[in-house]
Structures are given as structure tokens and as C-alpha cells.
Design a protein around this ligand. Structure first.
Ligand code: BTN
Length: 258
């Protein structure tokens, strides 16, 4: 089993900002919490926290994120986009940009073409291989990235919905290569977002989307919408044509593809 090490990761890392500081732990409750503590102590932009395993890994809406030792990428990255964040922008631009970055990194390292289930589930063969959790802390964000890399199988409840890069490619995948490329892609998309705004990211997201033209059920803020996912709005909201013909915009939620 390939162990994570700072020197291996930094060797040929193509980034200037993200990964300048890298911390690797064997076991933490959640890398998000470690990153938040570092942020409170003045953690620099681009700091990356990695763990071999998480005992309390979490996903969106407080769901558990299963993070077994040595087979996945469990990472949190500190960014300070405050000067560019307009009031009310929230984290949607960052979450979508990160999903696109992770999908691109997976393709570059493994050749596997993943798709994105809005807003930030990365899928291979309709099963989830990676997820993104963006949390705000003041003017900073903590980008949590979870990628299933070398799991051979998933336990009961996840068997039908989760997959790993190894299961899809048929061979062990280097976590170090994937992390390096994820950090590189994240840096590129972060710069794109800051310099050119959200439009180019939305276009890439459209190309990678797993949901357009599909019948979906969306749960959002206690409401449920059933219909066809038709497009993304300019702010990244999902546009759905309900079975009644009415169009709705959903800014947060989880999507089930029927
Ligand atoms: C989701 O799909 O709901 C998001 C999953 C995010 C999981 C990652 S693993 C590293 C970081 N630490 C956590 O506790 N969660 C994120």
C-alpha cells in the first residue's frame, strides 16, 4: 500500500499556492475540523490537510462519509476568496468549480470519464466516486474533497451507490498522482473563477453534467421537486421543468436520478 508523504507529494507538484503547506495525519475525526482549527490560528491560503483515515468524516447535510485507512483521498484545503466574494454569493461557485476540477483530475490520471451530479457528486458508471463539501468560515472557505481510490468493494448500504477508481479501472491507482493533479486542477479553477468569474466554470459543468435531460427528484430545504433537469442558471442553480410544466430554480439540495 502506497503511504502518503509530504516529500512525495511535493515532488513535481505543479502548483504555486495550493499545497505550499501540506499536513498529513494518520487518523483524525475530520480533516475539515483540523483545517478549521488551523484557520483560526491564521492558517495560510493553500494549506492542505490530508489524513489516511477519518473517524468522523462528514458529507453534505451532515451525512457520514466513510473514510477507511489508506485507500482514499480525504483532504481539506484552506482558501481565502473574501475580496472576490460578493454578498450572498455563497459557496455554489466554489463547489461547482471543485467538482469540475476533481472530474478533470480523475480523467487526466486514470483516463476514466466521470460525470457530475449537481451540485458536486462525481460519478463513474452512475455510482459516486468522489464528493465535495465546501464550508465557509468568515471570509475563508474550507474545501473538503473525498475520493474513493483503492477500495475493492463497499459494504452493504453503499454497494449499489459507491465505487472507487480501482474498481472502475481494474488496477491500483496512485493516490499521490491523483492528489497532485487534484491540487493542480483546483488551483487552475480557483484562478479562473477569480479572474473570469463564474461563466466559464458553468460551461464546463454543463459539459460534464450527469443530470440534464434526465428525470430527477430533488430534495431542497424540506421540499421535493420531480421533473426533468434542464439546465444550470448563470449563478449555478439547477433548473428543473416540473411534471406540471412549471420551471423551478433550485439553489441547494440533493438530486436523485430516476
Ligand atoms: C459529499 O459528497 O457529501 C461530500 C463528501 C466530502 C468528504 C470529504 S473527505 C475530506 C473532508 N473531510 C470531511 O469530513 N469531509 C470531507
Amino acid at each position: 500500500m502506497e503511504k502518503l508523504s509530504v516529500s512525495d507529494l511535493k515532488n513535481s507538484l505543479e502548483t504555486k499556492l495550493i499545497g505550499d503547506e501540506i499536513l498529513i495525519f494518520r487518523s483524525v475525526s475530520s480533516t475539515q475540523d483540523v483545517a478549521r482549527k488551523l484557520l483560526e490560528q491564521g492558517g495560510a491560503e493553500g494549506t492542505v490537510v490530508l489524513a489516511e483515515t477519518q473517524t468522523g468524516g462528514r458529507g453534505r447535510f451532515g451525512k457520514d462519509w466513510v473514510s477507511p485507512e489508506g485507500v482514499g483521498i480525504w483532504a481539506s484545503i484552506i482558501l481565502h476568496p473574501a475580496p472576490y466574494l460578493r454578498e450572498g454569493d455563497g459557496v455554489i461557485p466554489f463547489s461547482l468549480a471543485c467538482s469540475v476540477a476533481v472530474a478533470n483530475a480523475i480523467r487526466k490520471v486514470t483516463g476514466l470519464k466521470s460525470s457530475i451530479k449537481w451540485p458536486n457528486d462525481v460519478l463513474l458508471n452512475r455510482k459516486k466516486v468522489a464528493g465535495i463539501l465546501v464550508e465557509i468560515s468568515g471570509g475563508s472557505i474550507i474545501v473538503g474533497v473525498g475520493i474513493n481510490v483503492n477500495q475493492e468493494r463497499f459494504p452493504g448500504s453503499l454497494e449499489d451507490s459507491a465505487t472507487s477508481l480501482m474498481m472502475e479501472s481494474g488496477g491500483e491507482v496512485s493516490r499521490i498522482s491523483v492528489i497532485r493533479e487534484v491540487l493542480h486542477q483546483l488551483e487552475c479553477y480557483y484562478a479562473l473563477l477569480m479572474e473570469k468569474g463564474f461563466a466559464p466554470v458553468i460551461d464546463e459543468m454543463r459539459n460534464l453534467s450527469a443530470v440534464f435531460g434526465k428525470q430527477v427528484v430533488v430534495s431542497s430545504n424540506g421540499k421535493r421537486y420531480a421533473g426533468e433537469a434542464v439546465d444550470l442558471d448563470t449563478d449555478g442553480a439547477l433548473l428543473i421543468r416540473l411534471d406540471s410544466g412549471i420551471r423551478v430554480r433550485v439553489v441547494t439540495g440533493s438530486v436523485r436520478i430516476l
